[in-house]
Design a protein around this ligand. Structure first.
Ligand SMILES: [Zn+2]
Length: 112
């Protein structure tokens, strides 16, 4: 069974990868860090406070995740955003739109 143990909002001492948008957490940024346990396996989910956490919370609200898969994953959050903003979306969710724009922006960055 998937259980969230603790969520904290530390300030990053170094850059971290956000589970949702990728290279979104920079040193000095406050971010969301959730520790969970699933059948004895610990996992840590880090994401940006701005936008990404809102999208993750909306996935929970919409029950948009795989119960057996251990809560909302980055994949779930990105899929939810694609379903809720842009062409063919049911609604235009402002957070979904911002996340898609951020993903586009990251994709446009050189990887080196
Ligand atoms: Zn992020």
């Amino acid at each position: 069974m998937f259980t969230t143990i603790d969520t904290t909002y530390p300030v990053a001492r170094q850059n971290h990868l956000c589970e949702v948008c990728g290279p979104g957490i920079k040193a000095g940024d406050q971010y969301s860090r959730t520790v969970a346990v699933d059948g004895g396996d610990f996992s840590v989910f880090k994401c940006c406070l701005e936008i990404c956490l809102s999208v993750v919370n909306k996935c929970f609200r919409d029950d948009f995740y795989d119960y057996l898969g251990g809560g909302v994953t980055g994949d779930d959050a990105r899929e939810w955003a694609h379903n809720n903003a842009g062409s063919g979306a049911r609604i235009d969710d402002p957070d979904a739109l911002k996340l898609l724009q951020r993903l586009d922006h990251h994709n446009a960055q050189p990887t080196s």
